[in-house]
Design a protein around this ligand. Sequence first.
Ligand SMILES: Cc1ncc(COP(=O)(O)O)c(C=O)c1O
Length: 369
Amino acid sequence: MKIYTISQNTINNRRVYSNSTTPQKVVNSTNTNSTSRLTQPKLQRVPANLSLVYFCGLIPAANRLSKSDYLISEYIKEIGKARYLHGDKSVVDLSMGNPDLTPPEKAKEALKAKVNDLWSHRYNNPKGEGALLDEVGNWMQKRFGVKINPKTEVMVTSGSSDAIDHIFTAYTNYKDKVLVPNPGYSLYDDLITRHDLKKEQFDLKPENGYLPDFSKFPDDAKILILNYPHNPTGSFAPKRVFEEAVKWAKEHKTLIIHDMDNSEVTHYGRKPVGIMQVDGAKDVAFQIHTMSKAQSMPGLRVAFTVSDKENIDNLLNAKYLSGGSVYVPVQHATIAALKDEEGYINKINKIYRERKTLQSNGCTDWEVR
Ligand SMILES: Cc1ncc(COP(=O)(O)O)c(C=O)c1O
């Protein structure tokens, strides 16, 4: 088997970074295989009798485009290119949490079954299909023991990244402060850049079990992002952390996003706590779950968010600003995945546990948690 490795250098070498504060032009390379590059504008003279000077790449891109390293997108793009050039089987992708297992059988069946429905191909309710909202209600009760009103307290989005994007649109103004975990998931930074917000990191240290220290938080943050189980350390937060978070958020008028991306990818049947399990959390918090990880459906782009009616209405208004909704067959696949009649979650967790054991046995000098 041929293994195509992609290193950070490969990615960095593809892009010309600029420290300039002036906007840079995006000029397409003549090589169709290469990525767009940020380069200095190119001046070209045309014949004198035309009396004009033509600037190639005249319209400067927004400053925010030069503020990201586009790490995640670059990885995804490079992997797509390697698959195209060398075939799917040649790629061993260790770059990011991109499941290499296929979705639950029942989810795939539900997806196929809905493809022939007329209503699957029309504009649909941006909030989500009624049947999926109801299923989320059942799932929240079964999984967390939390009763929500599925009609008013849930919204479906195109992945959790999309949910966070809309939450920022709904709640922030220019340069509002967003608190993000360090270490943490890099797309939070990109969304902060996209919305012209101010990032402030809070450190998660091993000696504190990677838990936040609220006494060190600033008074003036608009949004706090909590991500447990935590990417990249895999640590869990106990309920008392969320109780403290809700109390702190109410005192400081800060909105909390609890990103539970990996809530179901756990070993030995552990069930991480969700912020909605804290009384009164709905007033100040969103809890987000994606189908990208435990259900192996990242390509289908679907997630859901739970909060109180007022927050969900704000989120929905933010979504209206950009339009769009999740493809109906994908929502029906999500219903089947949440029902999990085939015990899919247990099966994938067993596979991941076996891989973890293999890795920790093979890499004796690593601490694998
Ligand atoms: C912590 C965290 N949040 C959000 C996401 C994005 O997930 P989605 O596919 O739902 O947009 C990821 C993906 O790796 C993640 O690790």
